[in-house]
Design a protein. Sequence first.
Length: 187
Amino acid sequence: MTDDSRIVDLYLARDESAIALTAEKYGARLRRLANGILQDPQTAEECENDTYLKAWQSIPPHEPREYLFSYLGEIIRNLAINECQKRSRLKRQAELFELTEEMKEILPGNESVEKTVEETLLAECINRFLDKCTPEQRGVFIRRYWFFEPVEEIAARYDFSASKVKSILYRLRKRLRVYLEEEGYEL
């Protein structure tokens, strides 16, 4: 049994040690993810704690044995984005919206009743697109648009210049736009 499976079993048994084990194994990564979005360590820590609460409340019925970090990552990412949206109403945060503006050019709007289904299908389509990219391209894309890492950090991680990272992102957005149109999305 994997560590993650054991941790999920503890959540299912309503054993509070699940939270401590989760924090020990994933706490630093979760805080780093939230802080990358928020640029505020204290609020990132609050999001981390809220993530554990949401995991406690949602396991069961969910049993993310094979993808616990991804499950937790999605929770903390949504919490951090919600915090950014709250802050933006107070005119204190703009970087998240710069990133979404980059992607807004190529992603279709979802105003329909079937929003959740369409978002899932769109995510699957984007994943298929990313599967066709090189590992470096995929990494750059995910680091920028999922983890909200600054271009300079991505450049340092891959030993690229910032302009090369920007170029990769620009080309990937163009290719993704074409791919989505070919898949039937109206942009």
